[in-house]
Unconditional design. Structure first.
Lengths: 310, 512
C-alpha cells in the first residue's frame, strides 16, 4: 500500500515536475515564514531572559497561562469572543450569499460593477477611520444620532459610549457592513461558475426564481460554504482586534460587551510587556482554533464526506 | 484548453507572487541587516587594516526615535563621527527610528535580537528583569565622569535592584498637580484665579466660564491618554501604576490602596460634582482631541494634569492662547518623573566601553548634542543675530530634511542651541524647578511586578474598565461606584500586588 503510494508520488513528480518546481518557492517561503517561527511557541512556557535567548530561557510550566483564567473576566472575554464570532460567521455568510445572489441577478454589467464596488468600499476603509465614522454618529454631544434624530423627535439623547446594551448591535452592524462586500466576492465567483444550463433547464420546467435558488444555487455553493465555514471556525478564538479596540474608542464602561481575548491581552500587557504571557495567549488561541477546525471537519465528514476539507 | 491556460497562468502568477513576496521581505530584511552588518563590517575591517596602529575604532549603534523629520541623519552622523572619533576614538551609527515604529517595535528591539549598543527607553521593568541591559555601575565610574557631574544624585534613579541599568536624561524631574488655563478668558471675565488653591476652588470659576460660554464642550479638560484622570493628575506617588501608592501626606512607609483612600474619594466627589454641573465633557471617556487643540477654539477653558510649571509657557506659542497655570498641590520629585526616559547599554553589546564613552560625550559635549538635536548649521538651521536658531531661507517645518525635535529624548538636550520662540534658558529654569521640588519618600523605588504579573495584568484591566466611569461620570453614585471598583480590584488580586509592593518597599527603605 505504502509502496504504491510512493510509486504514485514518484510518477506524479516525473510527470508534473515543472509544477512542483513552481510550487517550490512557495513551499520554501511557507516553511521559513510559517513553520520555523512556530518553534517560538516555546516562549509560552518560559520566563524569557534576553541573555539566555528564546530556546534557553528558564522554563516555568503553565505559569504564563494563569492570567488568562484567573479572574472572572476570563469567562466574559471568552464568551464575548465566541459569541461575536459565531454571530459574525452565521450572519456574515448568510448576508454574503444573499448579496452575491442579488448581484448575480443584475444583468447590466456596468450597474453590477458599480454595486459591487460600493459594497466592497467599506472593506477597504481603515478600521481607525471606521471608528471615527461611528463616532460621528454616536458621539454624545455632537453625534448625528443624538442631534439630528433623537433630539428633534423629542427623545432623550443617549450616551452611547457609556451604555453597554447597544454595543452588541453596533459592533455586529459595523462588522457586517465592513466585511460583507469582501466575502460575497467568493460566493459571486462560485455562482458564476455554476453551469447556466442547469438554470435554463429549470426555467423551462417552470421553476420559480426562489426554487432555482434553493434547488440549484445552494447545493452548488455547498462546498464553498463549508470551506469558508471551517476556515472561519479556526479563527473563532481570535477577535478582530481593530473592531473591538478602535470602534468602542477604548471606553472602559463598555468592556463587559466589547472586551475580547485580544483586547484583554493588549490592555493587560501594554503595562508590563511580558513576552511569555503574550506568547501564552497566542498559543492558547491557536490551540483551541486548531482543535475546533479538526472537530468541525470531523462533523462535516460525518455529514457528507465529499465536502470535508481533509 | 482554455481552462488549462487559465490554471497555467494562475500557477505562474502565484509563483511570481510567492517569489516577489519572498524577495521583498528577504531583501528588506537582509537589506537592513546587511547594511548594518556591512557598516560595522567595513568599519571593523577598516579599522583593523588601516588604523591598526592607532587602536581599533569601534562603531556603536545608537538607537533612539523622533516624531519629526530625520531624513538627513546620515549627514549628521558623518559630522558626529568626525568629532567623536577625534575625541574618544569611537564611531557611531545613528539609528534614528520613526517614533511610532519605535514604540511598536520596542519589545522586539529589547529582546536582544538586534545589534544595538546604546538605546533610549522608558522604564520597561520587564526588560530589566529579563536582563536586557548591562549594569553600568563600573562603566560610569571609569568612563562617565561628566555624567556624574551632570546628573549628580539623580544618577541613582536609574538603579534597580542595586544595578545601574540606565541613566535618566535631563528633563523635568518633578511634577506639580496644576491647572493650565486660558488666561485670555480669565482676564476677559475678570476671574480671580489667585483664589484657586485646590481643585474644589475651581467650582465658582468654572461656573462663570460656563455662563459666559454656554457652547463650550469641555470647560474642564480631564482626558488622558490612558483614560484615567487619576493616572495623569495626582498628588500622591503612583509608584508607577497606581496599584498601591504612597501618600505624600500619609504614612511615608506604607503602600496603600489608592482606590480606598479618603483622598481618592474626595477627588471623585469633586469630579462628580463638576460633571453634574456640566464642566466636564460628557464623552470624556472617548475624547480624541487633546487640550492644546481645544483651547484655541475656545472649546475648553482649563485642563488639570501633573506637569512642570513651564508647561503654559511652552504651549503658548503653538496654541496662540495666553496660557497660564495655577498649582493645585505641592511639587514632588518621584521615580516615575525622573525615569521617563533612560539611556541604556544593551547587555548583548560587545562594545560597552565605547558605548559608555559616547554616552558620556552626549551628556557633556555641546557640539555633538547640538548636531544630533538640530543638524548642521547653514543646512538645517541658521543662527540669528541674538544667537537663536531658525530655519534657513526657503526651509520650514514641512520641508525641513532634519528637524528631529528630540531635545527631550537626548541625554542632555539643554546643551543644544535654542530656537526662536523657545523658552529662553530652559535648562536653567528647569534645573531651578527640579531643585525646588520635594523628594517623594519613595523616590528611587522601582517596583518589580514579575512575581505578581498575573494580578497586575488583571488589575490593570479592571482599572481600565472602571476608572473613567467612576471618576468622571456624574450620573453614577460615588459610593457605590467606588465600592464596585474596589470589589472588582479585590477579585483581581490587588491585595496581593500591594503586599508584594510593600515587601519590596520595606526592603528599599531599609537599604537606604
Amino acid at each position: 500500500m505504502n509502496n504504491t503510494k510512493t510509486k504514485n508520488l514518484m510518477q506524479k513528480i516525473k510527470r508534473y515536475w515543472p509544477f512542483y518546481i513552481m510550487m517550490l518557492p512557495g513551499l520554501i517561503y511557507l516553511f521559513i515564514n510559517n513553520y520555523i517561527p512556530m518553534t517560538g511557541l516555546i516562549l509560552a512556557f518560559e520566563k524569557y531572559q534576553v541573555a539566555s535567548g528564546i530556546y534557553k530561557s528558564p522554563k516555568c510550566g503553565l505559569d504564563n497561562f494563569k492570567f488568562l483564567f484567573q479572574t472572572k473576566d476570563a469567562w466574559i472575554i471568552t464568551r464575548n469572543t465566541l459569541l461575536y464570532n459565531i454571530v459574525f460567521i452565521l450572519l456574515g455568510n448568510f448576508l454574503a450569499i444573499v448579496v452575491a445572489n442579488f448581484l448575480n441577478e443584475v444583468k447590466r454589467d456596468v450597474t453590477k460593477k458599480v454595486y459591487q464596488t460600493v459594497i466592497l468600499l467599506p472593506y477597504i476603509v481603515s478600521i481607525v477611520v471606521v471608528a471615527f465614522l461611528a463616532n460621528a454618529f454616536l458621539a454624545g454631544d455632537t453625534g448625528f444620532i443624538n442631534n439630528h434624530i433623537l433630539i428633534p423627535l423629542g427623545l432623550q439623547p443617549v450616551q452611547f459610549y457609556r451604555e453597554t446594551k447597544y454595543w452588541p448591535f453596533i459592533l455586529t452592524f459595523v462588522s457586517l457592513w465592513k466585511s460583507v462586500g469582501y466575502s460575497c466576492i467568493i460566493y459571486l465567483a462560485s455562482i458564476a461558475g455554476i453551469d447556466p444550463g442547469l438554470y435554463e433547464a429549470a426555467a423551462l420546467d417552470g421553476a420559480t426564481r426562489w426554487q432555482r435558488f434553493v434547488q440549484i444555487t445552494m447545493p452548488c455553493l455547498k462546498s464553498t460554504i463549508i470551506t469558508l465555514f471551517i476556515l472561519a471556525i479556526g479563527k473563532i478564538f481570535y477577535s478582530d482586534f481593530g473592531l473591538f479596540y478602535q470602534v468602542p474608542m477604548q471606553s472602559g464602561s463598555l468592556f463587559p460587551v466589547t472586551q475580547t481575548i485580544d483586547t484583554y491581552v493588549f490592555y493587560g500587557l501594554t503595562k508590563n510587556n511580558n513576552i511569555g504571557m503574550s506568547a501564552a495567549a497566542g498559543f492558547y488561541q491557536s490551540l483551541v482554533g486548531f482543535v475546533l477546525v479538526l472537530l468541525s471537519n470531523l462533523l462535516v465528514r460525518k455529514a457528507s464526506e465529499e465536502n470535508a476539507m481533509f | 484548453m482554455k481552462k488549462k491556460w487559465i490554471s497555467m497562468l494562475l500557477c505562474m502568477a502565484m509563483t511570481a507572487a510567492a517569489l516577489a513576496g519572498c524577495g521583498d521581505s528577504g531583501s528588506a530584511d537582509s537589506g537592513s541587516a546587511g547594511s548594518e552588518a556591512a557598516d560595522s563590517g567595513t568599519a571593523d575591517s577598516g579599522s583593523q587594516t588601516a588604523e591598526e596602529p592607532a587602536g581599533e575604532v569601534e562603531t556603536i549603534n545608537v538607537t533612539y526615535f523622533s516624531f519629526n523629520s530625520i531624513d538627513d541623519t546620515a549627514m549628521v552622523e558623518e559630522a558626529v563621527n568626525k568629532i567623536s572619533e577625534e575625541k574618544i576614538g569611537v564611531r557611531v551609527k545613528l539609528n534614528a527610528m520613526e517614533g511610532g515604529q519605535y514604540m511598536s517595535q520596542q519589545t522586539m528591539l529589547l529582546s536582544g535580537s538586534e545589534d544595538i549598543d546604546l538605546i533610549v527607553t522608558p522604564l520597561v521593568t520587564d526588560a530589566m528583569n529579563s536582563g536586557a541591559f548591562a549594569d553600568m555601575t563600573d562603566l560610569v565610574e571609569e568612563y562617565g565622569q561628566d555624567i556624574k557631574a551632570v546628573l549628580g544624585d539623580n544618577l541613582e534613579a536609574g538603579k534597580y535592584r542595586g544595578c545601574l541599568y540606565g541613566l535618566p536624561n535631563l528633563h523635568e524631574y518633578a511634577s506639580t498637580p496644576l491647572l493650565v488655563y486660558n488666561g485670555d478668558i480669565a482676564n476677559e471675565l475678570g476671574l480671580d484665579m489667585a483664589s484657586v488653591k485646590k481643585l474644589e476652588d475651581l467650582d465658582g470659576i468654572l461656573a462663570k466660564v460656563v455662563e459666559a460660554y454656554p457652547d463650550m464642550s469641555t470647560p474642564l479638560y480631564t482626558g488622558s491618554s490612558s483614560g484615567c484622570l487619576s493616572s495623569s493628575y495626582h498628588d500622591w506617588d503612583t509608584l508607577g501604576d497606581n496599584l498601591g501608592v504612597v501618600m505624600f501626606d500619609g504614612a511615608s512607609d506604607k503602600v496603600v490602596n489608592l482606590y480606598e483612600t479618603e483622598k481618592y474619594r474626595e477627588l471623585v466627589t469633586t469630579l462628580h460634582d463638576f460633571s453634574q454641573k456640566g464642566y466636564l465633557n460628557a464623552d470624556s471617556a472617548v475624547l480624541t482631541e487633546n487640550y492644546w487643540s481645544l483651547v484655541p477654539e475656545k472649546m475648553s477653558f482649563g485642563c488639570i494634569l501633573n506637569q512642570h510649571e513651564l508647561i503654559a509657557e511652552e504651549y503658548t506659542p503653538s496654541t496662540g492662547v495666553n496660557l497660564e497655570i495655577v498649582p493645585l498641590a505641592e511639587t514632588y520629585r518621584t521615580t516615575s518623573n525622573v525615569t521617563t526616559f533612560l539611556w541604556r547599554i544593551m547587555s548583548t553589546s560587545k562594545k560597552q566601553v565605547s558605548a559608555m564613552k559616547f554616552l558620556n560625550l552626549l551628556y557633556s559635549d555641546a557640539e555633538v548634542e547640538d548636531l544630533i538635536c538640530n543638524g548642521i548649521e547653514g543646512v538645517h538651521y541658521q543662527v540669528t543675530e541674538d544667537g537663536k536658531y531658525t530655519y534657513p531661507d526657503g526651509v520650514d517645518f514641512a520641508n525641513s530634511t532634519y528637524y528631529p525635535n528630540i531635545g527631550w529624548v537626548m541625554p542632555n538636550g539643554w546643551l543644544a542651541g535654542e530656537w526662536v520662540g523657545d523658552i529662553e534658558n530652559y535648562g536653567e529654569k528647569m534645573t531651578e524647578y527640579n531643585e525646588s521640588a520635594k523628594a517623594s519618600p519613595a523616590y528611587g523605588f522601582i517596583f518589580d511586578s514579575s512575581n505578581v504579573a498575573n494580578e497586575v495584568t488583571a488589575c490593570t484591566n479592571v482599572v481600565q474598565q472602571y476608572c473613567n466611569s467612576v471618576e468622571e461620570n456624574g450620573t453614577v453614585d460615588v459610593d457605590s461606584a467606588i465600592a464596585d471598583l474596589n470589589k472588582a480590584l479585590k477579585e483581581a488580586g490587588i491585595d496581593t500586588v500591594i503586599a508584594e509592593k510593600q515587601k519590596q518597599y520595606d526592603e528599599f527603605l531599609s537599604n537606604q
